[in-house]
Design a protein around this ligand. Structure first.
Ligand code: UD1
Length: 387
């Protein structure tokens, strides 16, 4: 059986790593009916810190094919990916295309596969935020509608698919593949030194060497990159002011900044103020182990990332999710997780920030978030779906 799997942007890389490792393990034990695997990178993320560093840190082999589509509008990214991926499919004629998560590569390659009459498997199927202004929600809906095999990370996602009329035989509950990566890398991350991570990745040190001092505990950790939070000045400005004055007013705030966020912060004239605050620890985007290490000891997380919501759930880090909705309700406090939705209204964030500081870490691994999801996926391909 020949499988092409596709990655495009940062959150895909921690999901493909365990799948590549499981296929390799399966093939070493089953030489006569091995799975042929071709890894395609669409090239949506191309910076070393957003792409290559994850391949190195997580032992992902170099992609067999890189479509090098780069940055652009959504239509440009999706269109260019489809044109390039169609050629790949016609040349390699795989039995299955495997897409992961909800980025533009997921949408572009599931549509292209189905138009070429190739079966498509979606890893992380069934997540729904209900928010059609999120590009990721559109990607999820289209991909799930088209896919032949929908692999869900939790039981709520399976119910979402059933409600939409997806036939039972297409749905398999396999667990959360990103947690395979977390479990496989916990020990290595735990051995890392927090002050080294800060010094090596500091933005302040680049402009004025030696200006970033050591970070004391407790500290807060944050990330923010969603267009809904960073693209409008009237949203971003009060958020950044709150972060500088009220969060960093109490404790160091470590912020690895996504390229989209840094561009907007600078465009809206907020950068100098952030840089001038001694408690604002401004970092470049971090590698996988660096981020995991900082998360392990954080007093509180503020983020609009879905992946970090999940990692906080398993590590127990109290998490303020800077969104009004989530496609990952299993990570919320009402389901035993660590996260609470606070949106991007400063009054609401302030109130929950104050209350949440009283919380300690409460780790929770939802059902099948056990580090063995990729093995379950490979078993499916090797067994039931073997053609
Ligand atoms: C994408 C995903 C999002 C995911 C996020 C993680 C989609 C629809 N969005 O959003 O779901 O949470 O990745 O990072 O697929 N840029 C660089 N270097 C790069 C890539 C991008 O500097 O290697 C800059 C460019 O200016 C670009 C901007 O970041 O315009 C945004 O990149 P883009 O790939 O469009 O989307 P993300 O916001 O990263």
């Amino acid at each position: 059986m020949k499988i092409i799997s596709v990655v495009g942007a940062r959150p895909n890389f921690m999901k493909i790593a365990p799948l590549v490792a499981s296929i390799k393990k399966y093939n070493s034990k089953n030489k006569s009916k091995s799975l042929e695997h071709i890894l395609v990178h669409t090239g949506q993320h191309y910076d070393v810190r957003l792409s290559e560093s994850f391949f190195q840190d997580l032992n992902i082999p170099q992609p067999d094919i890189n479509l090098e589509i780069g940055s652009g509008s959504h239509a440009e990214q999706v269109g260019l990916t489809m044109i390039a991926f169609e050629k790949v499919l016609r040349e390699h004629k795989p039995d299955w295309v495997v897409v992961l998560g909800d980025v533009n590569a997921t949408l572009a390659c599931s549509v292209t596969a189905k138009k070429e009459n190739i079966k498509c498997c979606h890893v992380e199927a069934g997540l729904r935020s209900g928010d059609m202004t999120m590009p990721e929600e559109i990607n999820r809906l289209v991909t799930d509608r088209l896919s032949d095999l929908l692999l869900t990370p939790d039981r709520i996602s399976g119910e979402n698919l059933r409600r939409e009329g997806v036939p039972e035989e297409k749905i398999r509950f396999v667990g959360n593949i990103m947690i395979d990566t977390l479990e496989a890398n916990r020990e290595r991350a735990a051995r890392m030194n927090i002050q080294d991570i800060i010094q090596i990745n500091s933005i302040k040190n680049e402009t004025k060497p030696g200006t970033q001092g050591p970070v004391t505990t407790p500290y807060a950790l944050m990330t923010m990159h969603r267009p809904s939070n960073v693209d409008q000045k009237e949203v971003l400005e009060p958020l950044v002011n709150f972060l500088i004055e009220e969060v960093a007013g109490q404790m160091p705030l470590i912020w690895p900044i996504h390229p989209r966020a840094i561009k907007q912060i600078k465009a809206f004239g907020l950068w100098e103020k952030a840089e001038a605050s001694s408690n604002m620890v401004l970092l470049h985007p971090l590698g996988y182990h660096d981020m995991l290490r900082l998360n392990m000891d954080a007093k509180i997380m503020l983020t609009d990332s879905g992946g970090l919501q999940e990692e906080c759930c398993v590590l127990g880090t109290p998490c303020l999710t800077l969104r009004w909705n989530t496609e990952r309700p299993v990570t919320l406090r009402e389901h035993g997780g660590a996260s609470i939705l606070v949106g991007n209204n400063v009054d609401r964030i302030r109130e929950e920030f104050r209350k949440t500081l009283a919380h300690g870490a409460v780790p929770k691994s939802p059902e099948l978030w056990d580090g063995h999801t990729a093995d379950r996926i490979v078993e499916l391909f090797a067994g039931e779906f073997y053609s």
